[in-house]
Design a protein around this ligand. Sequence first.
Ligand SMILES: [Zn+2]
Length: 261
Amino acid sequence: MLNKWEGIVLRSIPYGETHKIVTLFTKEAGKLTAMARGAKKPASRLAAITQTFTHGSFLIRTGRGMGTLDQGEQIDSMRHIREDLEATAYASYIVELIDRLTEDNKQGHGLYGLLYDALHAINEQYDPEAISLFVEWKMLPVAGIHPILHQCANCGAAEGEFAFSFKEIGFLCHRCFHMDRYLVRLSPTQLKLIRTFYTVPISSIGNLTLKMTTKQFMKKIVRTIYDEQVGLRLKSRSFLDQLESTPELLPKKEKPVVEGD
Ligand SMILES: [Zn+2]
């Protein structure tokens, strides 16, 4: 059967002398893997559209076993992601996270929309670090973690002062602070931001500019959850960590500034 599907290339690995095995996340069929014959040859029509991050329309022949990518048409090459080191690093982290937490041939929980929004936002030069944070928070349920963020995880109260508890994986109100001795106290702004990161779609955020300390705080919480509960080791994360600890590698650039926190 020949299918025309819209998708984004998550991964592309060489196979034999001339072929590539491409992992796509498609809008219609979720994640899938297909053989792109000849795609390793620079002159191949498939060479450009099988590059990681490419957003395109793909003709895929399915049947028994692995599908075959017959043709593709580029919708967006994601040029900025390819050319900017920081954008590449965060986009790589996002595609690896989504790739690792999903399986082939399963309709994915509106995940195509998340991937699409995140990569396009980075490509349009939104802060890639903030965008990757949105993705990390939003991928928690896909990783099987359902943090309780709309009320106190213990007593259900919606009013009061709140803290984040790694033990409860969610908020605790001041009446329940005794439940966890290692909780992280939250300001009302931090509480609101955590909810925003978890629930608001990237496409409706607008250009949010976050302070470095805010991003570090949000990252610390979400990554602790991944480290303790999911135990995922991502190759792209060690590169990101190196990049973040070596800011002189990144050229100074003006970022569009809108709203602070
Ligand atoms: Zn409570």
